[in-house]
Structure formats: structure tokens, C-alpha cells
Design a protein around this ligand. Sequence first.
Ligand SMILES: *Cc1c(COP(=O)(O)O)cnc(C)c1O
Length: 218
Amino acid sequence: MDIYRKILNEIKQRHAALVLVTKTKGIDVISEFYNMGHRDFGENKVQELMSKYEALPKDISWHFIGHLQKNKVKYISPFISLIHSVDSIELISEINERALKNNRTIDILLEIKIAAEQTKYGLSMDNCLDLLENPLLKTLKNVRICGLMGMATYTDAIETVSDEFHNLKIFFDHLKNKYFSDQESFSELSMGMSGDYHLALDEGSTMVRIGSLILGER
Ligand SMILES: *Cc1c(COP(=O)(O)O)cnc(C)c1O
């Protein structure tokens, strides 16, 4: 718990938020943090999230941080608080449809590829611009784009990681100016995990996603 409080304080001092990543951890672990007042939890698998959602209090804010298949959106659409990992117009369209059916608006982040390593998921910055220019997007009124998410290269090379976060922040500011200047809700930059959250906060992260540093190895 001491490490949780220490990290939470650091993050709060930087005016950022902590999403506690509880994937693979049990209901008991989540309850322990819930009872201390924590409400933001991150999961990366739909089935695992569903069983936790059903077992736990309904005022938890659930964050979906893994790859989301279109055919699984329907399961999480009634309750999900923020989907961090959206990387196609088709997925946004499906989320919009499910949000409509549930009579709500679903908040999402666009996942941007910033790492040097080949990753399967996430939009290149160019593809992200294309997505934002897509006329279909304006018709999807039950989805709200609240910002960007990115994962840096998994490396000890501090400068590489900082540069990647820095580039994402510059891209975020560019999008904010160009497409979202009148939308206060476009305000979140989800970056930083156990190994690199200090660097992410230095580069302007508003939301860090931390698991193992607080909860131990998975
Ligand atoms: C697992 C995961 C995290 C947390 O990773 P840790 O290194 O345990 O802090 C953060 N973001 C995403 C997208 C993840 O899948």
C-alpha cells in the first residue's frame, strides 16, 4: 500500500490520474484498492473485465486498454468508462452503434503508434489524421474522442522513450488546435506505465496506466 500511496501522490502532484491496471489480478485485489477509495481500474480482456464488472461495485470507472475486437464491443458498451485503444473508423462506428443502443455516449482515446518496434495495433500519425478527416466521423455522435494513448518502446534507453512521449504530446497539441479547439473534453493524454511513468509525466501525460509496479509481477 505504501508504494501505491507514494506513486499516487507523485501522479497527483503532476495533475495526472492513475489507472490501476488489474489484468490477471483477482477481485480481492481490486476490492482492497476500491476500499481505499480508488475507482479507476484498467483491463485488457473483455471476458475478464465482464466477470470483474459483475462482481464489483457499480461506481467503478472501468478503462479498456487492450485490443478491442468489434464483435466484443457490445459486452462492454453498457458500462465502460473510457476505451484507450481505438485505432480504426470501423471500431468507432461499432462503438457508436452500441452506445446509441444503450442511450449513452462512450468516451474513447485514439491509440497512436509511437514505438520504434513493430506493433500490431495503433494508428500511425498519418492514419490518425486521415481518420479525423473522414466525413463519416462527424455522424458518429455517440462517441466522444477525449484524447490519445501511446506506448513507448520497451527499452532502458531513456532518451528514446522521452522522445516518443514528447512526439505524442506535440501531435496531441496539434490535433487539439486543428480539430478540437472548441472541445474541452479533448484533454487526455494516456501515456506511461510501470517502467516509464516518470518520463511520461515529464512529457505531459494526464493519465498513467500502472500495474506491476504497484501490484507485483503478473
Ligand atoms: C499491462 C498494461 C499496462 C500496465 O503495465 P505495467 O508494466 O504492469 O505497469 C499499461 N498499459 C497497457 C496497454 C497494458 O496492456
